[in-house]
Write a protein that binds this ligand. Structure first.
Ligand code: FMN
Length: 316
């Protein structure tokens, strides 16, 4: 079983990838998307979203990080894919699932799921531009408003030469509302041999098993579930029990930048609050913590609260 950490713009940044891959259980991370419009982007754009490129495109725990691109023009995507790979990204991932209005209005993300031929052209052009030993992978939803093109889109992406397809098992219109329609991934599998990865609504080890059964996929991608339960991947692998809150509090301190940058370093008060929002799903303590720190703007104050709650268990 391979478990991938989902790309999450504004949430799963390099610090979060560092932390979650130290906790363990992940085989691959995908970056937040890099928006490609009509130009070859400067290298600094890639380094900003994927600082791991400075270190062989791996997190400190050694897990590979693949750059994700989002756009609509095959040629510009291809040129930027070349840059990503030249900088060390292990292949490139293409985002065809983003529901954001601004992105869809300019014909990027999930809106392309209405245009099977465009999907094909993008994947084929990128595939031809990137060295053969570097994977070109894609991520889709089941459709834009309905699922009528789900199979056609997957087949087109496969025929264009992609080597892996992550399927977030909902349409754009269904957003993030449960359920995820994992059985649709099984339908896709009946029509294509492309290695599939199931994604959407996996919060517990039981969900993972149900998803595997219904989707017929062994491989999984975890998004919000991994933020709600940082060692979800390890619980799915059956090697750990859900992490106790004290350990989560230690992770929060690390995420605050306190341990990495020292007392006067960079802090991420808003990011801590944002992460609490996800943790609330699994930990009642996160709700209490959120209320305690909600009005705090000074990260020292937040870290002081966290230190009282943490187990002082250091993450490796
Ligand atoms: C805040 C947020 C940001 C996201 N950013 C991206 C992104 O940059 N690229 C992408 O392909 N998917 C993105 N997604 C979708 C996730 O990768 C994933 O497909 C989705 O959350 C469903 O999986 P989950 O139920 O495990 O969270 C994002 C989702 C959320 C909630």
């Amino acid at each position: 079983m391979r478990i991938l950490l989902a790309p999450m713009e504004g949430v799963v940044d390099h610090l979060m990838r560092d932390m979650l891959t130290r906790v363990g259980g992940f085989d691959l991370c995908v970056t937040e998307f890099i928006r490609v419009v009509d130009q070859k982007l400067p290298k600094r754009t890639f380094y900003k979203l994927c600082p791991e490129l400075h270190h062989g495109s791996k997190t400190p725990a050694g897990v590979p990080v693949r750059v994700q691109l989002l756009g609509q023009h095959p040629q510009w995507l291809a040129e930027n894919a070349q840059t990503a790979v030249e900088l060390g990204s292990p292949g490139v991932d293409l985002n065809f699932g983003c529901p954001a209005k601004t992105v869809n209005k300019s014909k990027g993300g999930a809106v392309l799921l209405k245009e099977t031929e465009t999907l094909y052209n993008i994947v084929k052009t990128v595939r031809e531009a990137v060295p053969v030993d570097q994977p070109v992978t894609a991520k889709i939803r089941l459709g834009f408003e309905d699922k009528t093109l789900a199979v056609d889109n997957a087949v087109a992406i496969s025929e264009a030469g992609a080597s892996q397809l992550v399927v977030h098992a909902r349409t754009k219109t269904e957003g993030y509302k449960p359920p995820a329609y994992w059985d649709w991934i099984a339908k896709i599998r009946q029509h294509t041999d492309i290695p599939l990865v199931a994604n959407g609504e996996i919060w517990t080890a039981d969900d993972a098993r149900n998803c595997q059964q219904q989707s017929t996929c062994t491989d999984l991608m975890l998004g919000r579930g991994a933020l709600a339960l940082p060692n979800l991947a390890q619980t799915i692998r059956g090697v750990e029990n859900p992490m106790p809150w004290e350990q989560v509090a230690s992770l929060l301190i690390r995420y605050s930048g306190y341990e990495i940058y020292g007392d006067k370093g960079r802090y991420y008060p808003n990011r801590i609050k944002q992460w609490c929002g996800y943790l609330k799903r699994q930990y009642g303590q996160a709700e209490v913590l959120f209320n305690d720190i909600r009005r705090m703007q000074n990260a020292d104050d937040i870290v002081a609260v966290l230190k009282r709650q943490s187990s002082h268990v250091k993450v490796a």
